[in-house]
Design a protein around this ligand. Structure first.
Ligand code: ZN
Ligand code: ZN
Length: 355
């Protein structure tokens, strides 16, 4: 079964088909990424409408759908729906209000279902990675691991966070990345207490912890890792938070297995951090899935209980952030399997100290 056929099997019984408009969802389903396109999925066939910029390559690459050159989109969609006798169509929750209004106007005779079912069905498909997807994410992570080794030769007192970010990104591109999975984070010294700090002109100093959170994009797929390293001699408290985060990372990861609860894994990591006296210093969730997007469903979070299926890729990324002082985060990716997990991140996790 191709991905579109898998989606059809998951559509709610009452609806005749679906409109998939958001970029990564239609890119996932057709295995063809483009900035423009509309995917119509019916029980007896699928259509991918795109403009002249993509039509040639789309005809070669799109899987499971007939490719049509875009004219007046609203009229085309209405006509195809009429041909297929469509009465009820489900739309994604990812649509903007403007996009939803456009379809509602064009399809005045058709009932549009705007519940979560379509988005949830696609999320469910995307959560379980196919072998080719796992291979691509591992290749992206390999680039990321190699860029990390390179950056260790570059970081020294006096270089700025922005310079470190620029070098990291250059290494990833040079090693074959198509681009970045997301804007790199390089946070040194007191900036490290902000989990999503933007690289600044701050110069790295002796005694700093430096947190780098970065990833490559390859074949549309993301990798994501974080390491915190020390530059010069650090204080006992910095070492203590490093070791606490490492313990939280290792113990929560050790409990990962298909069928386990993401909320429970988060609670294991949070328990280690709380017990060390850093309750309240770990504000974000333990981890997220990733693929075509850097943040995907499911998650390991205290706010909702997701059950992790076999074949999902999760990050495990606990952190401790002490306001105005410093921060530590350690992030690996794992593939969740029936009997446990496979670690996909090759970089060392023991504290690295640069002189
Ligand atoms: Zn990250
Ligand atoms: Zn992450």
């Amino acid at each position: 079964m191709n991905r579109i056929e898998k989606l059809i099997a998951k559509l709610p019984e009452n609806c005749d088909g679906a409109i998939v408009f958001s970029m990564t969802n239609r890119g996932y389903l057709t295995e063809f990424m483009s900035s423009d396109g509309t995917l119509l999925v019916f029980r007896d066939g699928a259509f991918f409408i795109t403009d002249s910029r993509y039509i040639e390559i789309a005809r070669k690459k799109v899987k499971g759908a007939e490719v049509i050159l875009q004219g007046k989109l609203a009229d085309q969609v209405a006509e195809i729906c009429k041909d297929h006798g469509v009465k009820e169509l489900i739309v994604e929750q990812e649509l903007t209000l403007a996009q939803f209004s456009m379809f509602r106007e064009a399809l005045a005779d058709i009932r549009l279902l705007d519940g979560p079912e379509l988005s949830d069905a696609i999320k469910g498909l995307r959560a379980v990675k196919e072998p080719g997807e796992i291979e691509m994410i591992c290749a992206a992570q390999d680039i990321t691991d190699r860029a990390f080794l390179e950056i260790l030769n570059y970081i020294r007192p006096g270089v700025t966070e922005k310079q470190v970010a620029a070098e990291l990104e250059y290494y990833m591109r040079r090693l074959g990345a198509d681009g970045l999975a997301f804007g790199s984070i390089v946070a040194s010294g007191e900036n490290g207490s902000m989990p999503h700090a933007v690289p600044s002109d701050r110069k790295i100093r002796k005694g700093d912890l430096v947190t780098m959170d970065f990833g490559a994009k390859l074949g549309g797929y993301c990798s994501d890792m974080t390491r915190t390293i020390a530059v010069g001699q650090i204080k006992d408290e910095q070492l203590k938070i490093y070791n606490t985060v490492l313990e939280a990372h290792l113990t929560s990861m050790a409990a990962a297995k298909a069928g386990c609860s993401g909320k429970a894994l988060d609670a294991i990591a949070r328990g280690v951090i709380d017990a060390a006296g850093y309750g309240g210093c770990f504000g974000h969730s333990l981890g997220h899935s990733l693929g075509l997007d850097v943040h995907e469903s499911p998650m390991c979070t205290p706010s909702r209980d997701y059950i992790l299926p076999a074949g999902t890729i999760m990050t495990i990324e606990p952190g401790i952030y002490v306001e105005g002082k410093w921060g530590v985060r350690i992030e690996n990716m794992i593939l969740v399997t029936e009997d446990g997990y496979r670690n996909l991140t090759g970089s060392e996790r023991a504290l690295i100290t640069l002189d």
